[in-house]
Design a protein. Structure first.
Length: 379
C-alpha cells in the first residue's frame, strides 16, 4: 500500500535540517535564557539571533517579533489585549476565519459586550470590500481581523488593500497569516498590518512554536503573565530548541521560496488537470482552482459521489494510505459541516463530499496519479 500525505495545510513534515538544528541545541544549549551565567547567555543569544532572522525577512525590527506556542496563542494574545487594554469596542471579521479567531471574538463579545460585525462574502469566498469600507465608517474604536489565506479553500486576501483601508479609517488590523508565512514573501513595511500571527509547523518547522508580529508602541499587554520574557509580552521560559527550529525552517523557506513555489504550483495544476479529465462533474470550491485568487498550496474539491459512499470516504482513503481532510484539523473531531463551506456552497453541494488536498515540496505527480485512481473507484 502506498502512503500519500496530502494534508500539508494541517501540518507539514519537518525538514531534516530543522531536526538536526534542534537536536544540536537540545544537546548543547540547555541553559535557561533568563539566567545570567554563560549557559543562560548562550541560550539567550540563540533566541535573539532567531528573532533577528525572522524580523529581517519580514522587514521589521527584532523587538516586534514575539515568540508564542503557535498561531492560536498569537491570535488570542492580540484579540484579547486590544479589547481589554486598548479599548477596542468593535471587531470586524468574517464568518470563514479560523476558529482561533472566531471563538475568541465570540468570547470577547460575551464578556465585554463589544460589537462584532461580519463582512459580507462573495460566493468564491472573497470579502466584499465595499461592505468592509462601509463597516469601517464608525465612531467606535475598531479592529479588523481577517486571515491572509483561508485554511480550507485557499482564498487569498489582498491584505495591503485591507491595511490601507484600516489606516484611512483609524482602525487596527490583525491578520492571521498562518497559511501564508513561509509560502509567500511578506514585507510588513509595505503592508501596514498592526498584528500578524504565524506558526512554524505550517512551513516544515516544529509544532508548539510560532510568533506574533506586534508593531512597536502598540500598547498590548500579555495574555500569559509570570515573567518578563519576550519583552514582557509572553511570560514563560523560552523553548530554545523550538525557536531555533522556527528560525531554520523560516530561513530555508525564504531562501527556496521561488523554486519551491514553482514546483508546488506545477503539482497543483497537474492535480486539477487530472481531476477534470478523469472525474466528470468535479467542482473546485471557492477560487481554489484559480491561481490568481487562491494559494498554490491547496485545492478544495467537491466530488460527485453518492451520499451512501460519501460518509465513509475519508476513512476509506485512509485505509488506502491517503491523508487528506474535510477542512481544518482543529475541527476534525466535530460532526458539524465545515463553517467555511457552509457560507459559500449551495445546499445541494453541501450534501456532496468536499475534500481539501494540500501539497508540499515533498509530494510528487506519481502520488497525484495514485490518489485520483483511488478516487475514481468511488464515483
Amino acid at each position: 500500500m502506498k502512503s500519500v500525505y496530502f494534508d500539508n495545510a494541517a501540518t507539514t513534515p519537518m525538514r531534516e535540517e530543522v531536526i538536526n538544528a534542534m537536536a544540536d541545541v537540545m544537546r548543547t544549549n540547555f541553559g535557561n535564557p533568563s539566567s545570567s551565567h554563560s549557559f543562560g547567555r548562550s541560550s539567550k543569544a540563540l533566541v535573539e539571533k532567531s528573532r533577528k532572522t525572522i524580523a529581517k525577512n519580514l522587514n521589521v525590527s527584532a523587538g516586534e517579533i514575539i515568540f508564542t506556542s503557535g498561531g492560536t496563542e498569537a491570535d488570542n494574545l492580540v484579540l484579547d489585549s486590544v479589547v481589554k487594554d486598548l479599548g477596542v469596542t468593535q471587531i470586524i471579521t468574517s464568518k470563514i476565519e479560523h476558529h482561533a479567531v472566531l471563538h475568541t471574538v465570540e468570547k470577547l463579545q460575551k464578556e465585554f459586550e463589544i460589537k462584532v460585525s461580519y463582512v459580507d462574502l462573495h460566493k468564491n469566498g472573497k470579502i466584499d470590500f465595499q461592505h468592509l469600507e462601509g463597516l469601517l465608517k464608525s465612531d467606535l474604536k475598531t479592529l479588523v481581523s481577517l486571515m491572509h489565506i483561508n485554511n480550507e479553500i485557499g482564498t487569498i486576501l489582498d491584505i495591503k488593500q485591507v491595511a490601507d483601508l484600516c489606516k484611512l479609517n483609524n482602525a487596527l488590523f490583525h491578520c492571521d497569516a498562518v497559511q501564508s508565512v513561509g509560502h509567500y514573501k511578506l514585507d510588513l513595511q509595505d503592508v501596514q498590518v498592526d498584528f500578524l500571527a504565524a506558526s512554524a509547523h505550517k512551513f516544515h518547522g516544529p509544532k508548539g512554536v510560532g510568533f506574533t508580529f506586534i508593531r512597536k508602541n502598540s500598547g498590548l499587554k500579555p495574555l500569559i503573565v509570570g515573567g518578563e520574557q519576550e519583552r514582557g509580552l509572553r511570560a514563560g521560559t523560552e523553548s530554545v530548541h523550538n525557536i531555533v527550529g522556527i528560525e531554520k525552517a523560516f530561513q530555508i523557506a525564504e531562501e527556496n521560496l521561488e523554486n519551491e513555489m514553482l514546483y508546488i504550483k506545477e503539482l497543483k495544476q497537474y492535480f486539477i488537470n487530472e481531476m477534470v479529465a478523469l472525474i466528470p462533474d468535479v467542482k473546485f470550491n471557492g477560487s481554489s482552482s484559480n491561481f490568481d485568487e487562491s494559494t498554490y498550496t491547496l485545492v478544495n474539491v467537491c466530488l460527485p459521489i453518492p451520499p451512501k459512499k460519501a460518509d465513509m470516504l475519508l476513512f476509506q482513503l485512509d485505509l488506502k494510505g491517503i491523508a487528506c481532510s474535510k477542512g481544518s484539523a482543529c475541527q476534525s473531531g466535530s460532526s458539524k459541516k465545515s463553517h467555511v463551506l457552509s457560507e459559500i456552497l449551495s445546499n445541494e453541494d453541501l450534501e456532496k463530499p468536499s475534500i481539501r488536498f494540500s501539497f508540499s515540496i515533498f509530494n510528487t505527480k506519481e502520488e497525484v496519479d495514485y490518489v485520483i485512481r483511488i478516487l475514481k473507484e468511488f464515483i
